[in-house]
Design a protein around this ligand. Structure first.
Ligand code: UDP
Length: 259
């Protein structure tokens, strides 16, 4: 199924962790989740076996939950182990990062101890441009260069904070601290109307998740920092969410054509 389904479709875009194909109907795309991992602006590359299958499931689960809260997303439905149907959107070239606890670049930038709680949740904007290394930008840059309007930004910020509250509670309930995460938004056109929706994915690739009791990292930092047991960490997140694919980890490799 996997490979034949893939080759039938026209490829629109290939990213670091995913491939986008033309969807079955106009205005839809198929998002294919690879096992490839990259970090530090693509200078570190590797494979996390089964990551694509897990992220497809985890993102399906979280996006579905957001939709139930009335937060619009590009997600339509999961198609198979590695693919999901999504709505085609015009991606806003801004990554929103929501932070609850100091880690990664904010810890480095301000000399904060990793793991120090922030005085309040902080939202940052980064310009989506790999050649420039995704620079931190302000609202002033975003509106002046026309990447998004003040109104867009207000809407994105409101959604991001709601998502943060919801996801923080959801993960807390399964013994995980949501340290930070990154969101991507897209414009969805419907006749004359435009709505902003959450796009891309929400998974351990773009969230920092720490075990509540042990502070153990359960996300892509295990890959970035060569901590080992990367596959196991992604699996454990899925297991705690109650969505490990049936048949358990053995199912993750899938038939050869799914790889
Ligand atoms: N992040 C991401 N894509 C990026 C950069 C960051 O998904 O291109 C996520 C990252 O996984 C973390 C959060 O955004 O959950 C904040 O990342 P940070 O700015 O600390 O950058 P990093 O330490 O990853 O360089």
């Amino acid at each position: 199924m996997g490979n034949t389904a893939m080759s039938r479709r026209r490829q629109i875009y290939e990213g670091k962790a995913k491939v986008l194909f033309e969807g079955p109907e106009p205005g839809t795309l198929v998002q294919y989740f690879k096992d490839d991992a990259s970090a530090f602006n693509n200078s570190k590359k590797g494979t996390i076996t089964g990551k694509g299958v897990l992220n497809n499931r985890i993102s399906e689960y979280l996006m579905t939950m957001l939709a139930q809260l009335g937060i619009p997303t590009h997600f339509v439905r999961r198609l198979n182990m590695r693919e999901q149907l999504v709505r085609e959107v015009e991606i806003i070239p801004i990554d929103l990062v929501v932070r609850n606890v100091a880690a990664g670049s904010i810890a480095k930038r301000f000399g904060l101890v990793e793991g120090a709680p922030l005085p309040r949740s902080i939202v940052e904007y980064y310009y989506k441009n790999d050649e420039l290394g995704g620079p931190l930008v302000s609202e002033e840059h975003i509106t002046a260069f026309g990447w998004a309007t003040t109104q867009d930004l207000d809407e994105m910020l409101q959604m991001a904070l709601r998502i943060n509250d919801f996801l923080s509670g959801l993960f807390l309930g399964i013994g995980i601290r949501l340290i930070d995460f990154r969101l991507e938004f897209g414009r969805l056109y419907n006749n004359d109307e435009m709505r902003l929706v959450v796009a891309d994915e929400i998974s351990p690739d773009n969230c920092r998740l720490w075990d509540l009791k042990t502070n153990e990292k359960m996300d892509k930092d295990r890959f970035r920092e060569d901590l080992g047991r990367v596959e196991e960490a992604y699996q454990e997140v899925a297991r705690r969410l109650g969505i490990l694919p049936e048949g358990g980890p053995a199912d993750l490799k899938g038939p050869k054509t799914m790889q």
